[in-house]
Ligand binder design. Sequence first.
Ligand code: PAF
Length: 298
Amino acid sequence: MDIVVFGAGSLGSLLGGLLARAHDVTLVGRDPHVARVREGGLRVTGELEAHVSPDAVTDGRHLTANLAVVTVKSFDTPTAADALATGSFDAVLSLQNGLTEEILADRLDTPVLAGTATYGARLREPGHVACTGVGEVALGALDGGPSSLAERVGKAFRDADVETLVATDMPRRRWEKLAVNAGINTVTALARVENGALGDGDAAELAHAAAREAARVARAEGVRLPNRVARAALDDVVDGTARNRSSMLQDVDSGRRTEVDAITGTVVDRADAHDIDVPTNRVLAGLLRAWESGRELR
Ligand code: PAF
């Protein structure tokens, strides 16, 4: 299969590298990473190892492939969608934080699949990504239910030995992931701690409260996500990724804009629409946005 991976950050590079073991992959990213991948290939080390030679480009316009996998930061989604619209693809799969699939679906004629990924990844240097945790990709139709397109994409991922589940309950999974991210990413980024620090104590309480509020908003949106399920999902991710630095903490560490708008901002906006109080998410969003404003990142 021909696969374009839009976004050669940590997750995009890891999945692009793994998919390149079985498919023709083109990575769309930025220099110097892209230039290094073109010169010497892409090295994957850590819990999985590979040395592959995907194509790598900085201009994502006018590309043709069977599948486009979108892993760009949530705030870059409209730009990625505009570039995708100039090319030709049979399917687009989003593996991003936040509920970005709607932005892609609104702007593209191509069918959009929803996805979540729990692989841990860290860009070590240009041309080198570390796999810090073998997780799973779940993908399926945006509105849930069976999808033959999702089955085909799932098979392509499995052919490359990527742990993949073709799911028929993506609406619930997307909200569960949003609840987990609303708890883990914000608290780890503000407290500057690894995910494992949310195992107990005040930080865990705060993360649980954020996830609980997100679950309540999900239910108002018609998605069955009980509080205890959101909390258990968060605890599972904390246990399974204890030594990881969340993507939001990595952003703060590097002085980059975070995904607070797509994660906590989405929870707050949808809560407002349903007249629901989400005080924890509101405070966490305020603190992260204040940090971004102080660094002129917004
Ligand atoms: O954004 C992240 O870092 C990840 O989604 C997760 C699951 C919180 C693990 O660090």
